[in-house]
Structures are given as C-alpha cells and as structure tokens.
Design a protein around this ligand. Sequence first.
Ligand SMILES: [Zn+2]
Ligand SMILES: [Zn+2]
Length: 339
Amino acid sequence: MASRLIGELTARGYRVAAVKRSHHPVALDREGSDTDRFARAGAASVLFCAADGTLERSAPVGLDAALRRYMGEADIAIVEGFKHDTLGAVIRLSGDDARRARLEAMDGTLILETIAGNVAGLASAVETQFMLSAAGDDELRADVRRAARTHGHLCAGVVLGVRMGRLAMSELGIAPPLPPEALQITVEVARCATDAVASVTGCTLGRGNLRVVDYGKVAATFEDLRTGRAIRVLAREDARDPDDRWASPLLTRHHRQAIAYRLMPDAALFTVRDVCVSAGADRPRTRVACDLCGETIRVADGIAGEQALTCRPCATGAAYYRGAQEVRAAVVRSPAARA
Ligand SMILES: [Zn+2]
Ligand SMILES: [Zn+2]
C-alpha cells in the first residue's frame, strides 16, 4: 500500500521520503567490510557511497530526529511503524492491503479512511494535507499550528482568526508578547476564529483583555490602550469563495478556504476601519451579593453600596438556565443507598 502511494505521489510531482521502523535488530552491514570496521572503530555515522546509491549507518533515532535529518529534500514523508511520535505535517499510513487503509496526520487526526485499494483517493488526501501544511510563510504556519492546538483542530476559521489578529497587531504597530494592558479586543462572534484571535494575540477572556459581544459577525475590534486607537476588522464575505489562484478547485470548499486564507492578501480577506470604542469595557472589581438570590456578583466600582442590587437574572426574570435544584444531597446519599 505505502509503496503504491509513494509511486502515485511521485508521479504527481512530489518528492516523497519514506521512513520504516522495525522493532527488531537488522544486519545493517556485512561483518568485516570496510564500513563495518569504521562503525566498530566508533564512527558516529558511516556512509557507503556506491555507484547506484548511498547507505548510511548510524545509531538508532526516533521519528522526529529521522525526519529532521532526512526530510530536507522531501515534500511529504510516508511513515510506517512508528506508534507514539507526534509531528505536524507528516502522514502516517496504517491498515493492511486487503481491507481498509487509515490515513492519519502525525497529531493523530484522521484524514481519511478508505478502501485500501483506492490509491488515487489516498494520494489526493495526502496532497490536500500537504497543501494545508505548507501554505503561507513559516511564521504564519507556526501561529496557525499553535492556534489549532488551542482550538482542538485545524479549520478555515482558525486560519482566518490568526490572519485577523496578525493584521490588527501589525496595523496598530504592536507585537506579542503583549502586556495585558496593551490591547483590548472585542470579538463579534464566538466561533473558531475567536480562539485563534486569542491564541495569536495572547488576549484571553480570563485576563479581561478579550470579550465577546456576539453579533454573529466574523469581526473584531482591536483597541490599542496605549494610544487609544481602535480598528475594527471585518472578514469580507467574498473571501469565503476563494478563486483558483489561491487553492485548487479540486479541493472541498473548506480545504480551499483553509489554504487560501493563508495566502490571500489582507485586503482580499478583510476590511479595516478606524472606530471609536465606547467606554465601559472596564473589568468589574467590586463584589456584592444579589439581594434576591444571594449569589455574589462582580460590579463596576461605584455601583455597589448605592441601593438595593440584584443580579441580572433576578432583575430581568430571564436566565439561560431554569429549574435549579441542589445536587449535593443526592450525591451524599448515593453510597449509603448502594450499601
Ligand atoms: Zn474550528
Ligand atoms: Zn440574584
């Protein structure tokens, strides 16, 4: 299977490296040969350069080290026999010839499960994964990888959020790592891009420098707290259908977006406007108890102590939950009930 896949990808113009691991020792060399004697004499690595190729003999290495050392020339590595190593952009192939083949990225994400004979299908999936991992410059790819880890998967929204955060920071002339008081972000949607904006800027809900005002729009306002300048970055609707310049029309729409969003110029992805942000995004600091339910709420300084104060659900009569009942009683009783 792997060898047919290598053949297919090579035919499509990719340079493919193949790594096979065995848990059994193997006779690397003929005893008493020159190279065998070099190795026994302590050479860290021994190369045998013959007319028809080169063999290297060196100490056993893990997958990461092997790929670092030998991947330089290759676009795609097909890896067999490694179980626990993790690495971003490499393809692991498993399954046996007769039945189903599983194609996983090295982070364990399942890319494709297919009938093992479908070499063309596998090759296309590998090709997509390669394009996904290779598009954009190194720095952008690193940001996208980090954001995808935070978010849980790599999707087009993550790439868009990363681009959005990077554009805003470069427009405002600031660079991470930011002190928490440097930037205040208001994101207008709670979706994949939100996590990416948080990841790339380092602003978070908990630190109070990221908030979500859910307008359902892929937009965010970035306020430079040192200068007071604020810009609102809005994703362009027409960017959702990237043309063939940026990504192959053969890919799914989602994959086209995930690739194109790394390559398209800022102006094709976003509109950017200077805005004024109304005050009041301050973090509430004073703690008071609600007069009706008794639960503690945090309010802005100056509000507390003036008059009767109720929490928002009590005041409006509307909460996102209802039918609250004490849980602890039931939990405490249950072991006794079993006995
Ligand atoms: Zn997502
Ligand atoms: Zn209350």
